[in-house]
Design a protein around this ligand. Structure first.
Ligand SMILES: CC(C)(COP(=O)(O)OP(=O)(O)OC[C@H]1O[C@@H](n2cnc3c(N)ncnc32)[C@H](O)[C@@H]1OP(=O)(O)O)[C@@H](O)C(=O)NCCC(=O)NCCS
Length: 256
């Protein structure tokens, strides 16, 4: 087999690579996603997508699992550029492990209808923007165990027009934050939700989501989407608790 990856534009027919995205090109541009076809002797057998240093999907055509050696070839091709791979497909996960990519697992796409009555906005959250990167950056780093949170926060709000963020203060200190943006199809994309480790399970996460989605519902948005990695039990349970449900089928993975 002589697989190779050919970078290109995403196709117009989203079903051809097995994903349900209504405005496929806009979704890519908005998310900073890159796209490449996996070809076998000139014939397309699948596609790979990545953003920054993470592979987000390796897809077979017509919603099929890509041949495992095609996944492996695609990940080998991209490996100099990426550190991590996420996928719904066991074969891709197995290939990722063989490639020693840092984090490989399922990512669930979740969706929620925004009923203004059900998402009554809470007024207790403080709106934040790029100007608050100094405050939010250190919080971001503590929650996501990163460095450089200030820059990440500043860039997010600066680059995504119409993004919104909220900070939750408790006894005078910022303990949790939330950010979302609006996708081109008007879906609200929840991008971050973080609560300081010692402040969890006190309802701050839930209240911040209510603040964010409540504000969006009040301005006429009717759907929200988000992504949560399979191992993130707290993130998944919270998403379910505030009304998100699975958009894509879960796959049980046997990593190895
Ligand atoms: C996910 C996270 C934001 C939850 O925040 P939180 O303030 O602890 O959540 P809440 O107290 O509002 O919990 C609301 C509901 O979510 C569910 N939940 C939250 N954490 C949970 C956990 N560790 N285990 C099981 N269920 C959990 C529960 O149903 C909970 O309701 P209950 O306490 O009445 O049972 C927090 O754990 C966090 O910051 N994690 C790291 C960052 C992250 O993964 N963010 C999400 C993806 S971007």
């Amino acid at each position: 087999m002589a697989y190779k990856v050919v970078p290109g534009r995403p196709p117009h027919d989203p079903w051809s690579v097995g994903l349900r995205v209504r405005d496929w090109e806009a979704w890519y541009d908005d998310a900073g996603l890159r796209f490449g076809w996996i070809e076998d002797g000139g014939e397309r057998v699948g596609a790979i997508t990545w953003v920054g240093d993470e592979v987000t999907q390796v897809l077979g055509l017509n919603a099929n699992e890509p041949p495992e050696d095609a996944s492996e070839a695609a990940l080998m091709w991209i490996k100099p550029r990426v550190l991590a791979a996420y996928s719904f497909q066991p074969g891709v996960v197995a290939a990722g492990h063989r490639q020693a990519l840092e984090a490989v697992g399922e990512v669930f796409q979740l969706r929620s209808a925004l009923d203004p009555a059900a998402h009554a906005a809470t007024r207790d959250a403080t709106p934040v923007s790029a100007a608050d990167a100094e405050t939010l950056g250190p919080l971001y780093d503590q929650v996501f165990k990163t460095k450089g949170g200030r820059r990440v926060v500043w860039q997010f709000f600066d680059r995504h027009e119409g993004s919104q963020g909220f900070l939750w203060r408790h006894q005078g200190r910022g303990v949790a934050f939330y950010a979302d943006r609006v996708n081109p199809n008007r879906d609200v994309q929840v991008v971050w939700l973080g609560v300081l480790p010692d402040m969890r399970r006190q309802g701050f996460g839930r209240r911040l989501v209510a603040a964010g989605l409540g504000a969006r519902a009040e301005t006429g948005h009717r759907q929200a989407v988000t992504q949560v990695a399979a191992g993130n039990t707290a993130g998944l349970r919270l998403a379910e608790a505030v009304g998100f449900s699975w958009e894509w089928t879960k796959t049980r993975l046997e990593a190895g």
